[in-house]
Design a protein around this ligand. Structure first.
Ligand code: NAP
Length: 338
């Protein structure tokens, strides 16, 4: 049988490429932007597409008539046209779970860093401005024993909640569905979004970017928060109305923010956020550790391998793309039937 072809873009290392090459012909592009024509030519013959920060449009799909599966090396897939892929019967997979703990570390790091003014004060030392004992103007806020409000209590939200409980924090959450088991076992408290904003010392966003969550937090929501509270965003930039957040920070409506994600990435060097001492900014590194990025790539490889072999991939986003389902794997007959 003819081998299927895969176009692989970014974030794959030799061991994962090798794993793909055992079964498929692979065209790999580490920097696809610089090889746009070659990528387009490869896609014309590709059955699978795998990579990080994928750009897929209907026009691109029109030029990829054999495509059966797309495997994004990320848990979020707001950058991909899910309905269009589904309509064309193209499977989409993501990489949940393997990045949960690392992204939760990033979220908690931003809570700590913004409360204790880590970047501002570390820069003071580094730049030789530590000339006398640090006094009240440079004091931070406690994290332990404060109230954390998680907007979104999925995998990453829960992992942040576990960290917060270790810091003796009270944990509130607002989520699409209630989580009574976590209320009973961990003592988490469900609130309406508005109530969560009003009660929390730290509001942490861990929802996916959807039509419903776009610009969920802006100027008015900051106004509803305590003046001593911090906003942490490790979800997606567009969950926050950045212009509204900037105005809210300028007006002192909240104490500060910790941001891993931005409406435009990379963020413009002219963004006022970069000049605010009370804002900690990171370059979208939620899952960016050696171990986790490798695990994500391996997970995506396994997903596309399963998809192109006709199996149901483990992390399938759009099962509707196969309305007739997947063939059941052949069962070993029971021993006594042999
Ligand atoms: P998840 O397990 O799917 O959790 C998302 C949670 O959000 C679910 O509990 C869901 O509710 C809830 N939710 C969805 N829409 C909502 C709404 N309108 N209002 C309130 N709650 C809502 O996803 P995850 O693995 O935790 O990842 C969450 C997001 O983090 C990803 O989509 C991605 O965008 C982002 N992320 C960012 C980075 C980074 O590098 N900064 C890394 C990884 C992930 P239900 O429980 O009712 O479904």
């Amino acid at each position: 049988m003819e081998r299927k072809r895969i176009v692989a873009l970014r974030r794959l290392k030799e061991p994962q490429l090798q794993r793909l090459r055992e079964q498929f012909d692979v065209d790999y592009f580490e920097e696809p932007e610089q090889h746009a024509e070659a990528v387009a030519a490869a896609l014309r013959q590709a059955h699978g597409l795998i990579g990080g920060k994928l750009v897929v449009t209907p026009a691109i799909l029109d030029e990829a008539p054999l495509l059966e599966a797309v495997a994004t090396i990320s848990v979020g897939y707001d950058n991909l046209p899910v309905a269009e892929l589904t309509r064309r019967g193209i499977l989409l997979t993501n990489t949940p779970d393997v990045l949960t703990e690392t992204t939760a570390d990033t979220g908690f790091m931003l809570i700590m860093a913004s409360a204790r003014r880590l970047v501002e004060l570390a820069n003071m030392v580094r730049e030789g401005r530590w000339t006398q004992h640090v006094g009240e103007p440079h004091f931070g806020s406690n994290v332990h024993s404060k109230t954390l409000g998680l907007v979104g209590l999925g995998r990453i939200g829960r992992a942040i909640a576990r960290r917060a409980l270790g810091f003796n924090m009270r944990v509130l959450y607002s989520n699409a569905s209630p989580k009574p088991e976590l209320e009973a076992e961990w003592g988490l408290e469900r609130r309406s979004f508005e109530q969560l904003l009003a009660e929390s010392d730290f509001v942490c966003l861990t929802v996916p970017l959807t039509e419903e969550t776009e610009h969920l937090v802006g100027y008015e929501q900051c106004r509803a928060m305590k003046r001593s509270a911090f906003l942490v965003n490790i979800a997606r930039g567009k969950v926050v109305d950045e212009a509204g957040l900037i105005r809210a920070l300028e007006d002192g409506l909240i104490a500060g923010a910790g941001l891993d994600v931005f409406e435009q990435e990379p963020v413009s060097p002219d963004s006022p956020l970069l000049r605010m001492d009370n804002v900690v900014t990171l370059p979208h590194i939620g899952s960016a550790t050696h171990e986790t990025r490798e695990a994500m790539a391996s997970c995506a490889v396994e997903n596309i391998r399963q998809a192109l072999q006709g199996e149901r991939p483990r992390d399938l986003v759009n099962p509707q793309a196969r309305p007739n389902g997947f063939p059941q794997p052949e069962q070993e007959p029971p021993v006594d039937a042999q």
